[in-house]
Design a protein around this ligand. Structure first.
Ligand SMILES: [Zn+2]
Length: 251
């Protein structure tokens, strides 16, 4: 038996039985953990007195048969330390937070610790809870997530020939930008506007964070093998509010 106490944020809640739920947590020092919370829906047990909701931040007591075990751990205790109520005050904040936890759950392995990613997720959720638009926080979180799992694409040069200019397309399969000369040979590719490329390569401050968000979402969707559920909602919400963005990537 391994008893673990760790800071955690709730990524998902799934019904399991009439009284229990499976909670997917991102913990700071133990990575993603799937645990069953018995009796949580009765709401009478002291250990879950405050209840648990998506995006809640707290301290979790986890009892695992062994760490890294494939079987469900048991959530023995939950003490909420922060509630980001601002996330539920605007649709773009809620969708942004749902997107952040969705890609975190999808791209990380159970019991694979990434303390720096946990900190980045808490920062992103905290920023989103007080945000006017979600894309700046989400684009920097996407980057941190891809960095943490060792899959940050190369933006500064053509991944095929090393050329530094005329970088017009992005290939998720090749893991970065490709230039005008290499592009015709490439089957899987996505056209990238100059401002979006310049922002991703760190050469200019982006006028809009929608382009960088969309492009990294394209890469993330490729890695997940499916489009994140909330990406479409975020981008269509943005289009409703601002008209069509110049560079909306639709994988
Ligand atoms: Zn090239």
């Amino acid at each position: 038996m391994a008893l673990v106490t760790d800071s955690a944020v709730v990524l998902r809640r799934l019904d399991y039985s009439e009284t229990s739920q499976i909670i997917v947590l991102m913990t700071r020092d133990h990575g993603k953990v799937r645990a069953i919370a018995k009796g949580i829906k009765r709401g009478t047990k002291k250990r879950f007195a405050t209840g648990m909701d998506l995006f809640d931040i707290g301290t979790a007591g986890i009892n695992a048969k062994e760490e890294r075990s494939e079987s469900l751990a048991l959530l023995t205790e939950w003490k909420q330390t922060r509630a980001l109520s601002g996330l539920r005050e605007a649709l773009h904040r809620l969708h942004g937070a749902q997107y952040a936890v969705e890609i975190t759950g999808g791209l990380t392995e159970d019991w694979d610790p990434h303390p720096e990613l946990f900190d980045a997720l808490i920062l992103a959720l905290t920023e989103l809870a007080d945000s006017d638009e979600p894309f700046e926080s989400l684009a920097s979180y996407q980057r941190r997530l891809l960095e943490s799992i060792g899959s940050l694409p190369r933006f500064d040069a053509c991944v095929l020939c090393g050329r530094l200019d005329e970088l017009t397309h992005f290939s998720s399969f090749e893991g970065g930008m490709i230039c005008r000369t290499c592009e015709p040979e490439q089957a899987e590719k996505h056209e990238v506007s100059k401002p979006t490329w310049a922002a991703l390569a760190g050469r200019a401050e982006p006028a809009s964070h929608v382009g960088p968000f969309s492009l990294m979402n394209y890469h993330i969707a490729h890695m997940l093998g499916k489009q994140p559920l909330l990406a479409g909602k975020l981008l269509s919400g943005h289009r409703r509010a601002n008209g069509t963005p110049p560079d909306a990537a639709r994988p």
